[in-house]
Design a protein around this ligand. Sequence first.
Ligand code: ADP
Ligand code: MG
Length: 227
Amino acid sequence: MKNVIEITNLNKIFKAGKEEVHVLKDINLNIEEGSFASIMGPSGGGKSTLLYIMGGLDNPSSGNIKINGKEFSLMSDKEKSVVRRRNLGFVFQFYNLVPNLSVEENILLPVLLDGKKLTRQKETLDELLDIVELTHRRKHTPRELSGGQQQRVAIARALINNPEVILADEPIGNLDSKTGTEVMNLFQRINKEKNKTIVQVTHSHESAQYGSMIINIKDGKIVSASE
Ligand code: ADP
Ligand code: MG
C-alpha cells in the first residue's frame, strides 16, 4: 500500500520568550492510503500540533513531512497552499464556517480561493450537499443550523476540491453523542465509499473505533500505534 503521509524524525519546539517547549519529539509515522487513523492522548500532548504540521498549517522545527511523496520543506509557501487546498481537507472542532456566507458559499470557498470557476463545481456541490444531507439548507447561513449540520457543512467544504486526505481536529468534540455518532458515520462513509484517507484527533474511544489505526501520543511522543 502507498503511504499518503510520511513523517520522519519530526520535532517541534515552541519558543515563548526565553522558554522553549519541546512539543513533538522525534515522531516517525506513516499513514497508508485509504486508512482511517485516530490520534489520541492527554490534553496538551501535541495532537493538534502534529495534525497541523501534517497539513502544512505549521512548520516543524526539524524533520520531514511528505504528502503524496512531495516534501513540504522543499515547497515555497505558495506551493504549500496549493497542496493544502487540493490534496488536503481540514475539519475543526468549532467548524470554522464564515458566518455571513450561505451553506453553499461556505462549501465553495476553497474553490474560490483556488481561483477556479464555480460553475464547473456545480455537480460536485450538489453531490456533496446530498451526501451531508443539507440540500434543503443550501441557502441558509451557519447560525440557522444546528452544530451537527454546521459540522457537515465543514465536511462538505473539506471535500469540495476532491482531496486525498481529510485532517480533522476533534470533529465531534463540540457535539452531543447522538450527533457525534452521525458525523462519525458520515466520516466512515467518506472513508469507505469515496476512498478518502482520514486522520482525526479525538478524545472519544468510541469514535476511535471507527478507524483502522490508533496512534497514542503522550508528552510529544508516540507511545503506541496500532492497526
Ligand atoms: P493537544 O492538541 O494534544 O491538546 P497541542 O498540540 O494543542 O496539544 O499543544 C501541545 C503543547 O504545545 C501545549 O503545551 C501547548 O501549550 C503548546 N503549544 C501549542 N501551540 C503553541 C504555540 N503556538 N506557541 C506556544 N506553545 C504552543
Ligand atoms: Mg488539540
